[in-house]
Design a protein around this ligand. Sequence first.
Ligand code: F6P
Length: 326
Amino acid sequence: MGKIKKIGVLTSGGDSPGMNAAIRAVVRAGIFNGLEVYGIRHGYKGLVNNHIKRLKSYSVSNIIQRGGTILKTARCKDFLTKEGRKQAYNNIKENELDAIIVIGGDGTFTGATVFAKEYNIPIIGLPGTIDNDLYGTDFTIGYDTALNTVIEAVDKIRDTASAHNRLFFVEVMGRDAGFIALRSAISCGAEAVLIPEIETHAEDLLDYLEDGFTRKKSSGIIIVAEGDQSGGAFEIAKKIEKDFINYDVRVTILGHIQRGGSPTAFDRVTASTLGVAAVKALLGGEKNIMVGLQNNSVAYVPLEKAIKHHKTIKKSLLDLVKVLNI
Ligand code: F6P
């Protein structure tokens, strides 16, 4: 591999709070180390369509506190095709980029892995997704902020649930993973949590709710991950409502509110740490890895491993929900 002088950075897939802090860290660490840094707009779409522009230190001023991504993001269909990736590679060559840093989740890293197999271009991944579902990092950039958004909303729902003696089913994001649901359930003292990783039995939930009612629980919150096998909050609420007349049932879908907002201190520090580490990894000759956090230290994980291995739900956290809801 030749000496790295110019690098590109992009954000791809669903945005997450802290992506801007990560871009800022990559740009500033790159410049600090004597590199030229280029911003690629709209994720892989910008690579395919040659939307690539030099970033200076001032280009990333005043963004550490902002949600979204100044580089914009997209889920790019063209990059799924061989022709699209060829075009992307031609643009990398035309702009003389020696390496790229991609910030995103599962889909972003899948694209990066395919691309790295076809073309010899070093790629470093930074875990940017609210889902926290990437193997090899304890936390992804944006997860903590999303959790805090959920907590703030559910605390408010708890007030009205209690005032009306109602049972609320609150649906949170997580198409394939229950990480947001599980930690928010613990943080909000939810009565139960339904996640894709664990089979949902409506009858068990009913028994549990009946039991709570006899112990004079007058209201409740059930957190449902959007990918739960029950089909989501509306579906499970319908089933429960039919047989459980003790509570007035309501459903709230939190939706994309979870993706926005100013990143928490934790996400800003994580994004800054990992952004700087990504540049350091490139300069150290690393390629096709994700830079993540393990036990509070920076860790390198092959991109392929980050997407192929499943991050598992901590059983001890699930047990917490049970123990704390007697
Ligand atoms: O992957 C992040 C995520 O927010 C998931 O939790 C959610 O299922 C999905 O993106 C929603 O995607 P979109 O914004 O394309 O509707």
